[in-house]
Ligand binder design. Structure first.
Ligand code: G6P
Length: 369
C-alpha cells in the first residue's frame, strides 16, 4: 500500500493533523463507560502480577524516549511504583539492576529499533517481564514482549515523529491509570475526572490546529537563528526535550532543552541580546518559579516565547510572544503543549527550505546499533 499525502504538502503536516484521530483511536475501547475505569484486555498480566511489580524500568530511543520520560513521571505519580528510565543504547551496557518483579517497558513506534530490541532482550535474559508500547502490529518488539500495548497512530511516514509520540503519551497515561486502579493508589473520583478530561483532548487538539498563523509567524522569525533554548519544569521540561529534538531534526537549528531551574548553572552564559528562549509553563503549581526563570533570561536580553495555558496573564506580561494552549488537567498538558511546538519545527524547516519529511542523515527506523 502506497502512503498518500491526501492533499497535504508533507507527511509530517498530515500526521500532525491526524493527531485528534490518533488520540481517539488509542483511547477507543479502553475506557469503560460503566465502571469509568481503564480496560486493557490485551495485556496478559493479571491483577496479581500488577500487585507484584516492585519497580519499572523504561527503555526507548529518540522521540519514544521522550514519551517514556512523561510516562515515568505519570506512572510514579499515579502508582507510587519507582520507575527508572534509560535510553536503550545505554541500558544494555550499564549492567542495570534487575530485581525480581521488575517490569520493563520498551517504547518504540516501529518496534524495530536495534538498541531498544537489544535492551529488551537483555532485560528478559535477566528475568524481567517486558511490556512493549508500539505502533506496529507484529513488529519484533511486539513479538518478543510478554505484553503489548498498541498505540493506534496509524502508519507514520515522516522521519520526525509526531502522532506516534502523542499516541505513546495517551497509551502510557492509560497504562498508569490502569495500574493505579488495580493498586488503588488513585481514588475513583479523581480517576473518573481524569478520564473524562482525557476524552476531551482530541477536540482540544482540533481547536489548536484550526488557526496556526501565530505559530507560522514565530517560526518565520526563528528561521534565521542558529541556536535557541527550550526551558520548562516538570512535565514541561520533558516536552521541551521533545520540542528541541523536533526542531533540530528538521530545521537543523541548534537547540537545547533545559530544566528551567538549571539554566543558571552554566548555560545562562550563552544568553545574549536576542537569543530566543521558548519557555513552556503549563504547570500552574510551578508557574511562579518558571516566570522568575523567564525574568532571569530576559534580563540578559533573551527574546522569550512562552507556551502557557489560556488566560495566563502573567505570561502575557513577561514574555515577548505567547502561544496559548487549552486548559486541561495538569498531568495531561504535555499532550497539548507539544502540538504547537511540532508545528513550530515544521514551519521553521519549511522557511529554511529543508526536506521536512526526509531530514539529512536520519532514518525513520534505525535497525543497526
Ligand atoms: C529514529 C527516528 C526517531 C525515532 C527513533 C526511535 O531515530 O528518526 O524519530 O524516535 O528512531 O524509533 P522507534 O521506532 O523505536 O520509536
Amino acid at each position: 500500500m502506497r502512503a498518500e499525502k491526501d492533499g497535504y504538502d508533507h507527511f509530517m503536516q498530515k500526521e500532525i493533523a491526524e493527531q485528534p484521530r490518533a488520540y481517539r483511536d488509542t483511547m477507543l475501547g479502553r475506557i469503560d463507560k460503566e465502571t469509568k475505569g481503564v480496560v486493557l484486555p490485551e495485556l496478559n498480566m493479571t491483577l496479581e502480577d500488577i500487585h507484584q511489580i516492585q519497580q519499572i524500568q523504561m527503555v526507548a530511543c529518540g522521540t519514544a524516549y521522550h514519551a517514556a520520560l512523561v510516562g515515568k513521571a505519570v506512572i510514579e505519580r499515579m502508582t507510587r511504583i519507582p520507575v527508572e528510565i534509560d535510553v536503550a543504547s545505554e541500558y544494555r551496557y550499564r549492567q542495570p539492576v534487575i530485581r525480581e518483579n521488575t517490569l520493563v517497558i520498551a517504547v518504540s513506534q516501529s518496534g524495530e529499533t536495534a538498541d531498544t530490541l537489544a535492551a529488551m532482550r537483555e532485560a528478559k535474559l535477566c528475568g524481567a517481564r517486558v511490556m512493549a508500547v508500539t505502533n506496529v502490529v507484529g513488529s519484533s518488539v511486539a513479538r518478543e514482549a510478554d505484553d503489548v500495548l498498541y498505540t493506534m497512530a496509524g502508519p507514520e511516514i515522516a522521519v520526525a515523529s509526531t502522532k506516534a509520540y502523542t499516541s505513546q503519551l495517551i497509551a502510557l497515561y492509560l497504562f498508569a491509570i490502569y495500574v493505579s486502579q488495580s493498586l488503588n493508589t488513585m481514588d475513583a473520583m479523581t480517576r473518573m475526572e481524569l478520564l473524562s478530561t482525557m476524552e476531551k483532548l482530541p477536540e482540544q487538539v482540533e481547536g489548536m490546529l484550526e488557526d496556526t498563523r501565530t505559530i507560522q509567524r514565530i517560526a518565520g522569525e526563528l528561521a534565521d537563528r542558529n541556536h535557541l533554548f527550550f526551558i520548562g519544569r516538570g512535565l514541561d521540561y520533558m516536552v521541551a526535550m521533545e520540542a528541541s529534538l523536533k526542531l533540530k531534526e528538521i530545521s537543523y537549528i541548534h537547540s537545547e532543552a533545559y530544566a528551567a531551574g538549571e539554566l543558571k548553572h552554566g548555560s545562562l552564559a550563552l544568553i545574549e541580546d536576542g537569543t530566543p528562549v521558548i519557555a513552556i509553563a503549563t504547570q500552574e503549581a510551578l508557574l511562579e518559579k518558571t516566570i522568575s526563570n523567564i525574568k532571569e533570561v530576559k534580563a540578559r536580553g533573551a527574546y522569550v516565547i512562552g507556551v502557557a495555558l489560556e488566560g495566563n496573564m502573567e505570561m502575557a506580561k513577561t514574555a515577548d510572544e505567547v502561544i496559548y494552549i487549552p486548559r486541561t488537567d495538569a498531568l495531561l498538558t504535555s499532550t497539548l503543549s507539544v502540538v504547537p511546538l511540532q508545528l513550530l519545527a515544521y514551519y521553521a524547516a519549511l522557511a529554511r527550505g529543508n526536506d521536512v519529511d526526509k531530514p539529512r542523515n536520519l532514518a525513520k527506523s534505525v535497525t543497526v546499533e
